[in-house]
Design a protein around this ligand. Structure first.
Ligand SMILES: *Cc1c(COP(=O)(O)O)cnc(C)c1O
Length: 399
């Protein structure tokens, strides 16, 4: 017998849980792409995306995943042979950097480890040392989904400014958008990338790039921009198909419209951030209690440096894999694999897991996921501190 039948909960952390409303909005006959609703909804979608990213500048959509959005951002800002600085706090920082290298960009990696955020004084030092301004951009991952480190975008901007350096600040917000506070304009971000399947609650398949006028001017000076990734026609389309460089992702657009409407109905993205912050505190209260005895520990020690979208954990091999398998098979909750915490052939890799808490998530879903973990710890005889579920419930009671 298994107790997993019923609605499953995917907490891996992305793709995230899809709201029924989004699914229903997508469930329709193929729409016309030359006139009608799909064409008419575009200005509203672009406006909605900009309000979620807190920018008055430009937003474009690609039929792509997050990797596509990475490539799009790089393709519009850097020529082969130019140099960028990649600030890495986990696997995703490396991923963006590898994408840049493959485009012939000369990348300089600065590693900040897997436990603590980017140190702005080191960034300032590196930029001050670049007297001839060879570095054209700084690549930062707002939330690295592998380690669950939350980087402080504002202080990195301040470090770039303190060094008097003209490099663009480019930020990967794929995990954080719609979960952790992100203020593109107020924080002086030049380029931000995101995707549909995390905080925005839509299936994978759309990548988003937001860019400032300064970044647009850099694009205009590049000798060549690959046709598909070029953001200029997408940002100012003369005819509809230019929004997408081809056929629109019709059903995703209906899903996105519904998701943006849900964010509006909640009271705007600030309310969405507050919900995620509160739910994250409940989750961390449970992990603190479990971790008082036994092997389960959160990866990021300081709560100030933790994302509200995902929590990375260590529990010792083989407990991480065993717990994930147990909760999926017996409760219908799918936890995330550890990512970037060990090499693929390292047996210690079975000692990590992640809990995704992005997007469409309420207190009942959080308590359900935590209860599944509690049952798994007990069933697998993994030593643990007491009182985790009531600690989480106490935080939720402060709603
Ligand atoms: C998920 C994620 C990506 C990759 O997105 P894909 O859609 O899988 O290509 C990149 N960066 C971060 C921070 C992510 O969370």
């Amino acid at each position: 017998m298994t107790l997993s039948h019923g609605r499953t909960h995917l907490a891996i952390p992305g793709p995230s849980v899809m709201p029924d409303r989004v699914l229903q909005a997508m469930h329709r006959a193929a729409p016309n792409i030359y006139a009608g609703e799909v064409v008419d909804m575009m200005p509203g979608l672009i406006g909605g995306l900009k309000s979620v990213a807190r920018t008055r500048h430009h937003a474009v959509i690609y039929v792509a995943n997050g990797h596509g959005a990475w490539e799009a951002a790089l393709s519009n800002t850097l020529a082969a042979g130019e140099k960028v600085l990649s600030l890495c706090t986990g696997r995703f920082g490396h991923g963006w950097h590898e994408m840049a290298s493959a485009l012939g960009v000369n990348t300089v990696i600065e590693e900040f480890g897997l436990k603590t955020p980017v140190d702005p004084s080191r960034v300032e030092e590196l930029l001050r040392a670049d007297i001839t301004h060879e570095l054209k951009a700084v690549l930062l991952t707002h939330v690295d989904t592998s380690t669950s480190i939350l980087n402080d975008v504002e202080v990195v901007r301040a470090a770039i400014d303190a060094a008097g350096h003209p490099a663009l600040l480019m930020v990967d917000c794929i995990a954080s958008l719609g979960c952790d506070r992100f203020e593109m304009d107020a924080w002086g971000v030049d380029v931000a990338v995101a995707a549909s399947q995390k905080g925005l609650m839509v299936p994978p398949g759309m990548g988003f790039v937001f860019f400032s006028d300064k970044a647009a001017a850099v694009r205009d000076k590049l000798p060549r921009v690959s046709r598909y990734w070029d953001w200029a026609p997408r940002a100012k389309p003369e005819i509809f198909y230019q929004y997408f460089g081809g056929t629109a992702p019709t059903h995703h657009l209906f899903g996105l419209r519904e998701a943006l409407k849900m964010i509006e109905e909640e009271g705007g993205v600030e309310k969405v951030w507050s919900r995620h912050a509160h739910l994250a505190r409940a989750i961390w209260a449970a992990f603190d209690a479990w971790g008082a005895e036994g092997p389960l520990q959160m990866n990021v020690v300081d709560p100030m440096h933790r994302s509200n979208a995902v929590t990375s954990l260590q529990i010792g091999a083989p407990n991480g894999t065993a717990l994930r398998n147990w909760t999926e098979q017996n409760t219908g909750v799918t936890l995330g694999i550890g990512l970037g915490m060990s090499t693929p052939d390292d047996p210690k890799g079975d000692g990590f897991f992640r809990l995704g808490h992005m997007g469409h998530l309420n207190a009942a879903m959080v308590m359900g996921a935590l209860s599944a973990i509690q049952s798994g710890l007990t069933a697998l005889d993994i030593p643990q501190g007491a009182g985790a579920l009531s600690a989480a419930a106490d935080v939720i009671a402060q709603a």
